[in-house]
Design a protein around this ligand. Structure first.
Ligand SMILES: NC(=O)N[C@@H](CC(=O)O)C(=O)O
Ligand SMILES: [Zn+2]
Ligand SMILES: [Zn+2]
Length: 346
């Protein structure tokens, strides 16, 4: 008898869709399984104003193939020049669901991000007043700090002081990668959430570095030691409402991944749900996949969960393309390195 699992349709609370030809190529991969996604604003140039977010939302909807339903939940890229009134208006109109803090230089297209938190305090205070969440790429950029320690140092030196200063601010710790991140999220109250990616449940730093350098496993924050992967698995599968799925599916064309200075990002939009079923089954937690992928995120963001469902079925080896071919170039789909037997039924 085939084993099946029906869930409310999942949402992706951290997604990079890019723009132009890449958007056109990757959007169907997300829309096939996900009803909604929080859309990251790190385009070139970034999505800073409400008008830019509205125009980007229109481009996403225009790129959506006929017959597919998908709701982009827009974000604004926080800069030291961001206008609090513009943010509040974009929120009040229902357009924008979060503001994204990139420490300047921390990750892909983050150079326009924040250098000095004091410079954005008026915007953050306004967000706390109106209940608009701040999504945080939580890594320090200090060259003195080892790349594997940058998340833990960020929590102590930036995030915790910020939350003490503004306890009313709703914060999402994006793509947490460490046991320190898990512990901090657990200790936070109702105003703190954390997203976990698919790939950080599967790879540790050995996958990137042992037996030759594997550029398609390189992302930011970089995967850490095995004990951290295990802590993330326990958090994702533990059923606690503060942890939810944010795939951080981050497409880059192969030419820029397989490069002397390769871009950061894993592309998991195509196979995330199959991989998550595998991971949750391994952890004996299939009954909690719906919390992680479909219920906890909407609750944090104050939205209703989706009414539609998807069904996962276990059978022969799951198949997905090794690459998707966009007009911008080929993009490699994340390879977990093991066989997966879960499928998403049409
Ligand atoms: N996660 C990544 O490795 N890359 C993301 C940026 C980000 O989410 O930090 C990207 O935009 O490529
Ligand atoms: Zn990030
Ligand atoms: Zn991201």
């Amino acid at each position: 008898m085939t084993q099946t699992l029906t869930l409310r349709r999942p949402d992706d609370w951290h997604l990079h869709l890019r723009d132009g030809a890449m958007l056109q190529g990757v959007l169907p991969e997300s829309a096939r399984h996900f009803a909604r996604a929080i859309i990251m604003p790190n385009l070139v140039p970034p999505v800073v104003t409400g008008d830019q977010a509205r125009a980007y939302r229109d481009r996403i909807l225009a790129a959506l193939p006929e017959g597919m339903a998908f709701e982009p939940l827009m974000t604004l890229y926080l800069t030291e020049g961001t206008d609090a009134d513009d943010v509040a208006a974009a929120h009040a109109s229902g357009l924008v669901k979060a503001v994204k803090l990139y420490p300047a230089g921390a990750t892909t297209n983050s150079h326009g991000g924040v250098r000095n938190i004091d410079a954005v305090m008026p915007v953050l205070e306004r967000m706390a007043e109106i209940g608009l969440p701040l999504c945080v790429h939580g890594e320090v950029t200090d060259p003195q700090v080892d790349i594997f320690d940058r998340e833990a140092v960020f929590i102590d030196s930036v995030l915790d002081p910020l939350r003490s200063r503004l306890p009313g601010l709703r914060v999402v710790m994006e793509h947490i990668t460490t046991e320190e991140g898990v512990a901090y999220a657990k200790a936070g109250g109702e105003t703190l959430g954390a997203t976990i990616t698919t790939h950080h449940l599967i790879i540790n730093r050995n996958h990137i570095l042992v037996g030759g350098i594997k550029p398609h496993y390189y992302c930011l924050p970089v995967a850490k030691r095995e004990k951290h992967r295990l802590a993330l698995r326990a958090a994702a599968t533990g059923g606690e409402g503060r942890f939810f799925l944010g795939t951080d599916s981050a497409p880059h064309v192969d030419a820029l991944k397989e490069h002397a200075c390769g871009c950061a990002g894993c592309f998991t939009a195509t196979n995330t749900m199959q991989l998550l079923a595998h991971v949750f089954e391994e952890e004996g937690a299939l009954d909690r996949l719906q919390h992680f992928a479909s219920l906890n995120g909407p609750r944090f963001y104050g939205l209703a969960p989706n009414e539609a469902t998807i069904t996962l079925a276990k059978g022969g080896p799951a198949q997905w393309p090794a690459k998707i071919f966009t007009e911008a170039g080929p993009v490699t789909v994340f390879d977990p390195g093991f066989a997966v037997h879960w499928h998403v039924e049409a």
